[in-house]
Design a protein around this ligand. Structure first.
Ligand code: MGD
Ligand code: MGD
Ligand code: SF4
Ligand code: MO
Length: 730
């Protein structure tokens, strides 16, 4: 198959005539409807200025994965617009509309390698050349490997860039090649997925667009109005068609404000709530016996188990009244098609995976899977897992199944400070992540990053709070400057991202950083040097039916295309669960416990007295994505002051008035923030936004200074939302 690309020069006369309005016309609905493929790819030729349009996609850790197009004139971005594909629907979110100025061209962007000159954490650096930086880093890494072995080196990366090339392709080969410790990347999704897989064996249930057919939608621990904005119009359409929208969330989220019914259980109590619903459904005969007989295992064990979860007991655990529990169970059981949408939000609890496991059982109990638009909607990444050519992204055979130890990213603070770890961590290489802000137990992490004997290397766009502790910072390209291929975990579109402009300054893609390190270390294996564009092309070389009509050329013309999925995607209408038995598992003797069970974290009386309030640290800021963009002045201004939401009773009890400056504290740290007295939280719960950089906060700490590196019940995720605090006026 040829991958030749036709490039066209735009006559100079026409260039001048193109203004923003023309651009919109060219890329607007009508033109796209006629044929996206007919758009010429315009590249530099002798005549100037040269106008070029390239297609790309959002690299953020966001379920939407919007497609966009970038217009450049003489290598500078002059237009940045959402694509008109039916899911992106011509609209980027508020976080991204100004991306070229907010990130790519931002004056604070790191554009050369930097070497530390001051104390760790002070953020004092000098510019050095790539040659010097690569040579010095390589010699330090080489001596660490010689003295302690590769496991003394820990890669640390997460969702900063979800492009397959810039997140894993070359970096994972490099780290496997040097025998580095492996990082368990568990901070987002692992517990949720572990729970759903235990029940259904796959996470791909109802597809996003198909929710328009639903008549009863429970948004369980998810906030699509903010965190999954391109799904929301489909939910809104279902609502316009008469669907009832219910939100189950301990916090009064933006989504709950738009729903018909907000149910506000105590954080971490969802396992009990789901089992309570099953109790009522079975008691009221709202279950689908035929579906259960044909496609599930363990109904008798489940029936016995849910006896412990009668509405009165569940009311005690969840803080809801019995009537709410019964009425939710009946409404859900009697509606069809009925849909439950889960995503990530409720996983960050000690009982988080069990909650997903229990909730995932509900559609099998009621037979909701038989209806189009009925069932569970969770992730979509398995569709890409099945169809792309993963050979290009996986480790080559000679590196597959590495025997090196794994370190859970949640426990970064613990491992950096550990005296028992053998070998200890001597080098930390961070890219696509900002753990000083986003990983629990912030103060322990900062203490670890302060270690003089730790070599810290960070590849970044900005001097983040993690980068402030680096010995060397490498300048990373932004998504507008590198190739990539992006699958999705929340939509059904595949995108490629073509560089719209040359790398600014001396920035280089993550992949190139690892190629340069490999070269300097003298490695000769070809898998370390595969080019980005070759990886993109290879990943698309697949005969899978979902990729029919989707090629490198077609994606280069359009940016994103929907996978070729059947018109009526109903994965479990006739069972077909992907568990070991092929059935939905209400009960599984191989899992401990064999049935989802409400097992909260036990606190001593003294602990509860000292820190009585349950702290939620949520993705409530509208313009931030985790810690990304939390250094951009105009964004922080738009976002406004961060507040701690406090229930009126908790405030009154402590003599706190609205707007009072508070100290929020526990055994791990203290954060300063003003109080906002509201009923967004129930009594006993407080909530603050996550994502703010500690260096920019009063007192030098942000939300994760109060959270702990506790693991979830399954999936080894982070029970970030299991934190207890006390508050006083500062
Ligand atoms: N308290 C609390 N903590 C949480 C959460 C919460 O709800 N509450 N949520 C958790 C969740 S769900 C997640 S996903 C994690 C996210 O945690 P992180 O993955 O650390 O996410 P970001 O804060 O977005 O940081 C990504 C960084 O990558 C950088 N970056 C972007 N593109 C590139 C690139 O191409 N190359 C390089 N080298 N760098 C790049 C960005 O500049 C940014 O600094 O946070 C978790 N932490
Ligand atoms: N604006 C914005 N959008 C984002 C992000 C962002 O930082 N900002 N981050 C992106 C990322 S990394 C992810 S993973 C997704 C996450 O997308 P979602 O899963 O939709 O979002 P979250 O905000 O993590 O959590 C949703 C809700 O879960 C609730 N929740 C917390 N604990 C519990 C519980 O115990 N039970 C129940 N029932 N609910 C609970 C919270 O109160 C919150 O309102 O969003 C993505 N989109
Ligand atoms: S952050 Fe999400 S909603 Fe915003 S542009 Fe990116 S993919 Fe779209
Ligand atoms: Mo996430």
């Amino acid at each position: 198959m040829s991958h030749e690309i036709k490039e066209t020069c735009l006559p100079a006369g026409r260039n001048k005539g193109i203004d923003r309005r023309d651009f919109l016309e060219i890329t607007g609905k009508t033109a796209v409807a006629i044929s996206l493929a007919s758009l010429p790819i315009l590249t530099s030729c002798n005549e100037t200025p040269t106008i070029k349009t390239t297609h790309g996609a959002c690299y953020h850790d966001c379920p939407d994965r919007c497609s966009w197009q970038v217009k450049t004139e003489d290598g500078k971005v002059i237009g940045f617009e959402a694509s008109q594909n039916p899911y992106t629907a011509g609209k980027l979110c508020d976080k991204m509309v100004n991306f070229p100025n907010d990130v790519t061209y931002h004056s604070d962007r790191v554009l050369t390698p930097l070497k530390r000159t001051g104390l760790k954490g002070k953020g004092e650096f000098e510019k050095i050349s790539w040659e010097q930086a690569i040579s010095e880093v390589t010699s330090r890494l080489r001596s660490i490997i010689e003295e302690k072995g590769g496991e003394a080196i820990l890669p640390y990366s997460f969702g900063g860039n979800q492009g397959k090339v810039q997140s894993r392709a070359i970096s994972s080969r490099f780290f496997a090649h040097i025998g580095a410790s492996q990082l368990e990347r568990t901070i987002c999704g692992n517990a949720a997925v572990a729970g759903v897989l235990a029940t259904n064996g796959q996470t791909t249930g109802v597809l996003p667009e198909d929710c328009v057919h639903s008549k009863f939608i429970i948004l369980w621990g998810t906030n699509p109005v903010l965190s999954n904005q391109h799904l929301w119009p489909f939910i809104q359409k279902a609502k316009d068609n008469g669907a009832k929208i219910v939100v189950v969330d301990p916090f009064k989220s933006l989504t709950s404000e738009k729903a018909d019914w907000h149910i506000q259980p105590y954080p971490g109590s969802d396992t009990a709530l789901a089992l309570g619903l099953m109790h009522v459904i079975l008691k009221e005969n709202l279950h689908d016996q035929e579906f259960i007989d044909l496609y599930t295992v363990g109904i008798e064990e489940l029936k016995a188990h849910v006896q412990n979860y009668d509405p009165a007991s569940v009311a005690q655990i969840t803080g809801l009244d019995e009537e709410t529990i019964t009425s939710l169970a009946k409404s859900y059981g009697q509606s069809s098609p009925s849909l439950i949408r889960v995503l990530i939000g409720m996983e960050h609890q000690v009982n988080g995976a069990s909650a997903f496991r229990a909730v995932a059982m509900l559609p099998a109990l009621t037979g909701a899977w038989r209806d189009f638009g009925g069932g569970l909607m969770h992730m979509t990444y398995e569709l890409f897992g099945a169809s792309l050519n993963w050979e290009s992204l996986s480790l080559p055979p000679e590196l597959a199944n590495p025997k090196t130890r794994s370190i859970n990213m949640i426990e970064l603070g613990k491992v950096l400070n550990s005296k028992d770890l053998n070998p200890g961590i001597d080098a930390l290489i961070v890219f696509n992540s900002n753990p000083a802000v986003t990983t629990p137990n912030q103060n322990l992490i900062l203490q670890g990053l302060e270690r003089e004997d730790l070599l810290t290397i960070v590849s970044e766009h900005f001097i983040t709070d993690t980068a402030r502790y680096a010995d060397y910072i490498f300048p990373a390209t932004s998504v507008l400057e590198n190739w990539d291929i992006l699958d999705s975990w929340g939509s059904t579109y595949i995108n490629i991202n073509e560089p719209a402009i040359e790398p600014l300054g001396e920035s280089k893609p993550n992949s190139e950083l690892f190629r340069l390190l490999a070269r300097e270390m003298g490695f000769t294996e070809s898998y370390l040097y595969e080019s980005d564009i070759d990886i993109v092309k290879k990943t698309l070389r697949s005969d899978h039916e979902y990729l029919k009509g989707i090629t490198f050329e077609s994606l280069r013309q359009s940016g994103g295309q929907r996978l070729n999925l059947p018109d009526r995607w109903m994965p479990h209408a006739e069972g077909n669960f992907k568990t070991k038995t092929g059935k939905c598992h209400f009960y599984d003797a191989d899992i401990e416990p064999a049935l989802p069970t409400y097992l909260p974290r036990e606190y001593s009386k003294a602990e509860m007295e000292e820190y009585p309030l349950h702290l939620l640290t949520l993705k409530t800021p509208k313009y931030l994505l985790n810690s990304s963009h939390a250094n951009i002045e105009h964004i922080l201004k738009k976002e406004g002051q961060p507040y701690l939401e406090v229930h009126p009773d908790d405030a009154a009890h402590r003599n706190i008035a609205d707007g009072d400056e508070l100290k929020i504290y526990n055994q791990r740290g203290e954060v300063f923030m003003a109080a906002r007295i509201s009923r967004k939280v129930t009594q006993g719960v407080v909530c603050m936004p996550h994502g703010y950089w500690p260096s920019l906060m009063k007192g030098g700490s942000s939300a994760n200074a109060l959270t702990d590196h506790l693991l979830t019940d399954m999936g080894r995720g982070g029970a970030i939302q299991e934190a207890k605090v006390e508050i006083i006026k500062a």
